[in-house]
Ligand binder design. Structure first.
Ligand code: B12
Length: 331
């Protein structure tokens, strides 16, 4: 059915689920209201499905045979996060999960109840994936599988079926701190503790307005999402590689040159973003990040990139215009 891993956890109170409330109270979630608004559901899947007994976790490997972002920084090249290179995983993985759900419903017969989640539902996905034995939650807070690495999309079926649980994953991060050391903004404030408000993924995808000025220079190479804490992870040195057509990179995202992304017209972006997870940020936020990244170029390249950005009619949006202005006057 198109999954690389599958396991089962009980729909119980796993100790890790409690962490979310504390994390939000510490201000770590920033503007991500959707997490706060569904806290009760995220703390316990039985809020959403009272009769839930089991959570079936699946994972899909999306890594392709391309260099990691840290291997090709510099020379005017920038990075779009690996997860967004191909088709939108929400749609692809959801379709596969629905297929599995239908099969389960046919097997189980009357009385079967379930709901599914791929990223956007009120389920703390990594907690159940770990409990279901798909891997462990690493110090970078990603779910790491010892054979495949961490380039994995997660999804779940929460059901009233009473299924035999698998053995939970065991932490194998050991004494390694490569992800904490490599994060350009120090967003992994302690092992297993990510302050999303400093994470480049959050800053480039979730923040709607201007990014905190002190953090902008760190956006240098990462213009949409960020993979650095996974690029440096030893468990990804020999990560699995997927031949799935859904995840093969669109040409435009294969190690793009910043200047080329700045030159792309609205129409070219509409084509590039069709059926892509990158659509989430919207063109204004993408162009805002391109302007922040351009600030890191040497003066003449910077001027060229900002001029190209400023030419698009929609670049007059406040968030883009302000970013261009800021980048232009940086020493
Ligand atoms: C909000 C969110 C974000 C936020 C916050 C990230 C975060 N770490 O929480 C931002 C925008 C920054 C983000 C970024 C990314 N995300 Co995101 N994100 C989510 C989302 C919607 C919710 C996560 C959540 O609940 N966070 C709240 C905190 C409290 O949870 P947590 O970090 O998992 O915390 C756990 C650990 O800290 C653990 N824990 C606590 N104490 C301890 C102590 C020990 C010893 C241990 C072992 C563990 C542990 O318990 C906590 C569980 O509550 C999930 C989908 C979902 N519904 O679950 C996707 C999800 C986590 N994201 C995903 C992806 C792919 C990414 C990015 C790689 C995208 C990118 N390249 O830019 C980055 C990775 C950044 C990173 N290092 O996490 C995948 C992760 C797959 C995987 N292999 O883990 C998910 C599961 C989506 C999916 N369905 O595939 N994301």
């Amino acid at each position: 059915m198109g999954f690389d891993l599958c396991g089962i956890a009980r729909a119980d109170q796993h100790p890790r689920l409690a962490r979310l409330a504390e994390w939000i109270a510490q201000g770590r979630a920033g503007e991500m209201q959707y997490l706060t608004g569904s806290l009760d559901e995220r703390r316990d899947v039985r809020h959403t499905l009272k009769t839930a007994r089991s959570v079936i976790s699946v994972a899909v490997l999306y890594n392709t045979d391309q260099l990691y972002s840290i291997e090709e920084s510099g020379s005017g090249r920038v990075s779009v996060a690996r997860y967004a290179w191909g088709d939108d995983y929400h749609a692809v993985v959801r379709a596969r999960i629905r297929h599995l759900l239908q099969w389960l419903a046919d097997q189980a017969g009357p009385g079967f109840e379930a709901f599914t989640c791929v990223d956007d539902g009120p389920v703390q996905e990594r907690v159940y994936a770990e409990a279901a034995g798909l891997g462990w939650i690493g110090k970078n807070t990603c779910l790491i599988n010892p054979l495949l690495g961490s380039w994995l999309f997660l999804g779940e079926i929460v059901t009233n079926l009473d299924l035999n649980p698998d053995t939970p994953g065991v932490d194998q991060c050991g004494t390694c701190t490569k992800c904490l050391d490599a994060c350009p903004t120090g967003a992994i404030v302690a092992p297993y503790d990510l302050d999303a408000t400093r994470c480049l993924s959050y800053l480039t995808i979730e923040v709607r307005g201007a990014v905190d000025e002190a953090l902008r220079p760190a956006l240098n190479d990462q213009v949409y999402g960020c993979d650095i804490c996974q690029d440096v992870c030893p468990w990804n040195r020999r990560a699995g590689v997927s031949a799935d057509p859904a995840w093969q990179p669109r040409d435009v995202f294969k190690s793009p040159r910043l200047i080329d992304l700045c030159r792309m017209s609205d129409d070219a972006w509409v084509t590039a973003l069709k059926g892509s997870a990158m659509k989430r940020a919207g063109l204004h936020r993408i162009r805002r990040s391109l302007a922040y990244a351009a600030a890191g170029l040497e003066v003449s390249d910077r001027a060229q990139a900002l001029a190209a950005l400023g030419e698009h009619p929609s670049a007059s949006a406040t968030v883009v215009a302000e970013a261009i202005e800021w980048a232009d006057i940086r020493p």
